[in-house]
Design a protein around this ligand. Structure first.
Ligand SMILES: Cc1cc2nc3c(=O)[nH]c(=O)nc-3n(C[C@H](O)[C@H](O)[C@H](O)COP(=O)(O)O)c2cc1C
Ligand SMILES: [Fe+2]
Ligand SMILES: [Fe+2]
Length: 408
């Protein structure tokens, strides 16, 4: 007989899988979909933690009905208001008009703005508690662990921490709920990093604060329940925490990304020379991305992973090739820290790309490595040695500056 999945005896998983949406936030690819997680705690009072994207509200309400069996919903705790989680709040309130909504001041401003809800609110601050019978919740503000209103909720009886987007990943839950059930753990961690780089990326310092706060509370945690991806068990969570700790510091592995644009293949040939040199000089992880073909979320994810970044662009109407300009903007707004950077480019009549790529080092406060290389038309022979030297200089800096520890 069908049973609604459970995190533990009193916590039901009532989230949904979205395998329809092509792009998360209309930007980031979803090859394996995404899950919007929501959790229902059944006690003297019934309490829901977060909702789902409004496109899935029908199936979501059906799941709630299966668990509630006619009981009303007493509380909704809102850890995050972004519409992938807050989208069904308006409809939920219509179904359960008596439901109290638990959140902080910033949550309530957004509740009014997104759903016109101004009543039936229960405001909480860090350290406040809410008892619903056997279960008691406490709240930990985690501002900017994606949005300003984000908070974590801890339930002490089940020792469960609900962490909004933190520790989440892209990918629907294919029949499973817990990290211990993952068939391919390293693929999962790759999707977790891609999620972090695209969605959380810029807010490393806030993630660090939230992690410190979590540790300071000394919470005894059996389950960590994010709003996307698997539920972490006590055994598996250490690895997720370690990844977050590294990502939030912009820590890197001793690899390099060669990111280039090319209309007719000249810049690409120079990219290949640099990549060969990197590998020949001992960089084991070299990833080349053609900006017009590679998935931008994968490019960002690789940039979050590797220490070296070498960017090349043809000159385009005196400027950078536009897709490279766009990628620079994606990197810029994430404020990626502490990378080794080098530039190369190409032109036919009036060079422009390299002089526009070079100031990016200073802007990002990155170390500029080697001599930038500029190719005129198809005359690759004249820049082979310069390209080789650039790759070598980068390889040497990567090896000298990276500790050998690595993340997945
Ligand atoms: C639409 C377009 C605009 C270009 N604008 C310039 C330019 O402003 N200055 C220049 O020196 N070369 C310009 N070029 C020439 C390219 O930068 C040059 O041919 C370069 O080698 C192209 O590299 P690729 O083969 O990697 O695409 C332009 C080429 C195209 C197709
Ligand atoms: Fe979010
Ligand atoms: Fe989310």
């Amino acid at each position: 007989m069908y049973q609604v999945p459970q995190v533990c005896d009193s916590i039901y998983y009532v989230g949904v899988n979205d395998r329809m949406k092509a792009l998360f936030e209309n930007m980031w690819s979803l090859p394996s979909g995404v899950a919007y997680n929501s959790y229902l705690i059944v006690d003297e009072c019934t309490t829901l933690i977060d909702t789902v994207d409004v496109c899935y509200s029908d199936i979501f309400f059906h799941k709630l009905d299966l668990v509630l069996k006619g009981r009303p919903l007493d509380y909704l705790i809102v850890n995050h208001m972004e519409p992938d989680h807050g989208g069904s709040i308006g409809l939920l309130r219509k179904r359960y008009p008596q439901m109290q909504i638990v959140g902080n001041k910033k949550t309530f401003d957004m509740l009014r703005g997104f759903h016109g809800i101004t009543e039936g609110l229960h405001e909480v601050k860090s350290g406040d508690a809410l008892r619903i019978g056997r279960h008691e919740f406490s709240f930990l503000m985690a501002p900017m662990v994606h949005w300003p209103e984000v908070m974590f909720t801890y339930e002490q009886t089940s020792r469960t921490l609900f962490t909004a987007d933190a520790f989440g990943a892209f990918g629907a839950l294919d029949g499973i709920l817990f990290d211990s059930q993952l068939a391919d753990r390293s693929a999962y961690f790759r999707e977790m990093r891609r999620y972090y780089a695209t969605v959380i990326g810029k807010y490393g310092s806030f993630v660090q604060k939230a992690l410190t706060n979590m540790q300071r509370q000394g919470l005894d945690v059996d389950f960590v329940c994010p709003t996307h991806g698997v539920v972490w068990t006590k055994e598996g969570f250490g690895e997720a925490l370690a990844l977050y700790e590294r990502l939030s510091r912009f820590a890197s592995e001793p690899g390099a990304v060669v990111l280039y644009g090319s209309m007719y293949g000249n810049t690409e040939q120079l990219a290949d020379v640099i990549a060969q040199s990197l590998a020949a000089h001992g960089v084991e992880q070299v990833v080349c991305h053609n900006v017009s073909k590679s998935d931008p979320s994968v490019i960002l994810s690789d940039i979050f992973r590797h220490r070296g970044l070498i960017i090349g662009s043809p000159t385009y109407c005196g400027e950078l090739f536009s897709p490279i300009e766009h990628l620079l903007q994606l990197i810029r707004i994430r404020d990626v820290k502490d990378r080794l950077y080098a530039a190369f480019g190409s032109y036919t009549w009036a060079p422009g790309s390299v002089k526009r790529l070079l100031p990016f080092a200073e802007e990002m406060k990155w170390e500029l490595v080697g001599e930038a290389v500029e190719l005129k038309m198809s005359d690759l022979g004249t820049v082979l040695d310069a390209g080789w030297s650039l790759g070598q200089a980068m390889a040497e800096r990567i090896k000298a500056s990276c500790s050998p520890d690595s993340i997945q």
